[in-house]
Design a protein around this ligand. Structure first.
Ligand SMILES: Nc1ncnc2c1ncn2[C@@H]1O[C@H](COP(=O)(O)OP(=O)(O)OP(=O)(O)O)[C@@H](O)[C@H]1O
Length: 689
């Protein structure tokens, strides 16, 4: 087979990025920053760059390729393989060089830390806690040092972990993090310091590292010049994708490994930086050019291959209002007469109906479900739509939001199985025991202590005396564990037993139990694919699924289904038709994120990311009456929402406005007969407050 010029499909800028430092520019040792506008072929270009470096003699073993997710790393490896295959004229069966050091910062960090463990004071056989485990350990420590009983409510374990994680990832002092991000917790600064000290102590005693340690210890290692030099010298090339979503620690790691910047390539788009809640900072990409001893070369990719001209025009209008950014003007030559649509609907229920109708209509017109997506700011925004889709038998798969394993109902069920598997696991036990009404932290601790001291923890559990008020609900739990401990029980029967036990608790604890039940069914289907309880639990920690509810079971590869995704999880993806839910103030921007200019700017970028996922059709839904479910008082509340502030009057020309149902006076108050005049239920509740 004849080899072809592997770069022939690239445009001029993409080619410059792919060939920097090789061929004619071989003497150029500057670090490279590729500013890649949305849909401008960033992934494509990075894959070509890696392939091109390999073709020019770079050793794949000496390349580190850092991506945002494991999925992205695999995709990159596949694409590099494809380019090389074509370039080298290889047949399908001939083996391609693999990239042993490609992966997420966390996974590569874990590998390096294990390798260097003896030299940095770690034990090699450390285990890794996922977010759920970390949160539970934080909860346990919080309880052990007596902070769960304070009179004024001490921050919840999830908040504590969030604060801890932010301090580590931003390198900001605790006081600053509290002041900027958790102002309602500032009064607890001293206690939090004590808690974090005890948390670190507990991790060290149990020889575990959490996700943040993987980055923080790696960065510490790179702050030690001799080690940094040694590790840095093992890699000729360091390539980082999605650089706009890296944090200060990650920037320090790169700088530590390659202080001159030689061999460093980072690719990203500051206009798509959307992870500051994890400590990512858009400053990384803005400051990159002058960070090393040599100033970086910047290549900007401005040609958009994804979207039609009208969609790009609307997206450009939104991002043009952003405060600070690397200037770029995206253009495309995909003409179309179809503008992006702003669809005005009366409320969320109608929004769900409109989207379901629209999706089916498009399918009739030939667009398979998989080529369409529905995006939303927060995971719970899709609840009404999920029910509507289920009602109409439209299969869907949902990505993101709370990661599947981080959702509390999933954690509850898994904790039951973990506790059955390992009755000494205090974190699992602590969670399970407290699912029983009437059992609090003190009783749970008493149970765990009794089990810890007993020669057979199962016997201790069966003999445990719960407080009187919990007795009735405790019995089914004890009986469940007797069954789960039965050697005759064959997996996945454990799962069914646990689910049946949990069902009444699910209904008691969650208003949206019906939607969450779909997740549990999905978990049970996943479970059936593993040989044993132990395998299932282990594999799930190492390789957590991203998908949550779906309507008709785990879709087969060739089955068609609609994609539902949070905007965060839609990063890097594209669809023919995109529907964005709840484009109203309060959702985008989220009412949780309007405190500072930085937060607002990030919300603007989120809308931009959502809009730029669309290839041919873009619909922004604007429900006029909006139901708020997440409020402190726990009650129903409707608010009248306004179109997102990120689409100003002046921008409306870039959109086609649609009213549905087709009633011209819809926006007038008289057209909202169902608008509540009085909230009788909340009044009834408030009587007792
Ligand atoms: N040189 C090219 N010629 C034709 N199509 C291209 C070229 N480069 C990229 N594309 C196409 O453009 C689309 C976007 O590419 P890609 O997904 O790599 O973009 P991206 O820059 O990663 O986007 P984003 O940052 O918005 O996620 C893809 O469909 C890809 O196949």
């Amino acid at each position: 087979m004849q080899s072809r010029d592997p770069l022939e499909s690239l445009n001029q800028q993409q080619r410059e990025a792919a060939t920097h430092g090789t061929g004619e520019s071989a003497g150029d040792t500057r670090p490279l920053l590729v500013i890649a506008g949305a849909g401008s072929g960033k992934t494509n270009t990075l894959a070509h760059r890696v392939a091109n470096l390999i073709r020019h003699g770079a050793d794949p073993q000496r390349m580190m390729l850092l991506t945002f997710s494991r999925r992205a790393a695999q995709e990159m490896e596949r694409r590099v393989g494809g380019v090389l295959q074509q370039a080298l004229g290889l047949q399908g069966t001939q083996s391609l060089p693999n990239l042993p050091w490609s992966g997420t910062f966390h996974s590569i960090g874990a590998r390096l830390l294990r390798e260097y463990a003896p030299r940095i004071g770690l034990e090699e056989n450390f285990t890794i806690h996922d977010r759920g485990d970390s949160e539970d350990l934080m909860g346990l420590v919080r309880h052990e040092i007596g902070f769960s009983e304070t009179k004024k409510r001490f921050p919840l374990k999830g908040t504590c972990l969030g604060i801890y994680s932010r301090v580590l990832n931003t390198r900001d002092p605790l006081s600053l993090v509290l002041q900027n991000t958790y102002p309602w917790c500032t009064q607890w600064e001293d206690e939090l310091k004590k808690l974090f000290g005890a948390y670190v102590e507990a991790k060290q005693q149990q020889n575990v590292l959490d996700y943040d340690d993987l980055l923080a210890f790696w960065a510490d290692m790179m702050a030690e010049p001799a080690l940094a030099e040694e590790v840095g010298a093992r890699f000729d090339h360091l390539l980082v994708d999605e650089y706009q979503d890296t944090n200060k620690l990650q920037a320090e790691i790169i700088l530590g490994m390659k202080p001159t910047g030689q061999g460093v390539t980072v690719v990203g788009d500051d206009a798509q930086s959307i992870y500051s809640f994890r400590g990512a900072t858009v400053r990384n990409i803005l400051d990159f050019p002058r960070q090393f001893t040599q100033e970086a070369r910047i290549v900007t990719l401005e040609r958009n291959y994804r979207s039609t001209q009208p969609i790009l025009e609307a997206s450009n209008a939104v991002i043009a209002q952003a405060r600070e950014r690397h200037a770029k003007d995206l253009y495309t030559d995909k003409v179309s007469s179809q503008k992006a649509q702003l669809v005005l609907v009366p409320d969320e229920a109608q929004q769900a109906r409109w989207v379901a109708d629209q999706v089916l209509r498009q399918r009739e017109a030939g667009a398979v479900l998989k080529s369409q997506s529905v995006l939303f700011r927060a995971s719970h925004h899709s609840a009404a739509l999920e029910l509507e889709l289920a009602r109409r038998n439209i299969p869907f798969v949902k990505f993101g939001g709370l990661k599947f394993l981080e959702a509390s109902h999933i954690k509850d069920l898994l904790a039951v199985l973990r506790f059955a598997q390992n009755p000494r696991s205090r974190m699992a036990g602590f969670r399970v025991a407290q699912l029983v009404p009437g059992v609090g932290a003190a009783t749970a601790t008493r149970l765990l202590d009794a089990m810890g001291e007993a020669s057979d923890p199962h016997v201790a559990l069966q003999g445990f005396e719960p407080p009187a008020q919990a007795k009735e609900d405790w019995a089914p739990l004890a009986s469940l564990f007797a069954k789960l401990n039965d050697a005759e029980l064959a997996w996945p029967a454990d799962m069914e037993l646990a689910k049946a036990w949990y069902q009444p608790h699910l209904e008691r604890l969650h208003e949206d139990a019906q939607v969450r039940k779909l997740d549990l069914d999905q978990l049970a289907r996943l479970a059936a694919g593993y040989g044993s309880r132990e395998r299932f639990l282990t594999e799930l920690t190492l390789d957590p699924p991203e998908v949550t509810s779906d309507q008709s079971g785990p879709p087969l590869r060739d089955e068609d289904y609609l994609i539902l995704s949070t905007i965060h999880s839609a990063k890097g993806q594209e669809w023919k038709a995109v529907h964005v839910l709840n484009c109203v103030d309060g959702c985008i921007p989220s009412d949780m994120a309007t405190g500072t200019t930085e937060e607002l700017e990030e919300e603007r970028r989120l809308l931009y990311v959502a809009m730029t996922r669309a290839k041919e059709q873009l619909h922004l839904l604007v429900p006029q009456r909006f139901y708020i479910s997440q409020q402190a008082s726990g009650g129903d509340k409707h608010v009248y929402a306004g179109r997102t502030r990120f689409i100003s009057e002046a921008m409306l020309a870039a959109f086609e406005q649609v009213c549905w149902p087709d009633a011209p006076s819809l926006s007038a108050a008289s057209a909202q007969p169902q608008a509540p005049v009085l909230q009788v239920r909340s009044r009834a509740r408030s009587m007792w407050k």
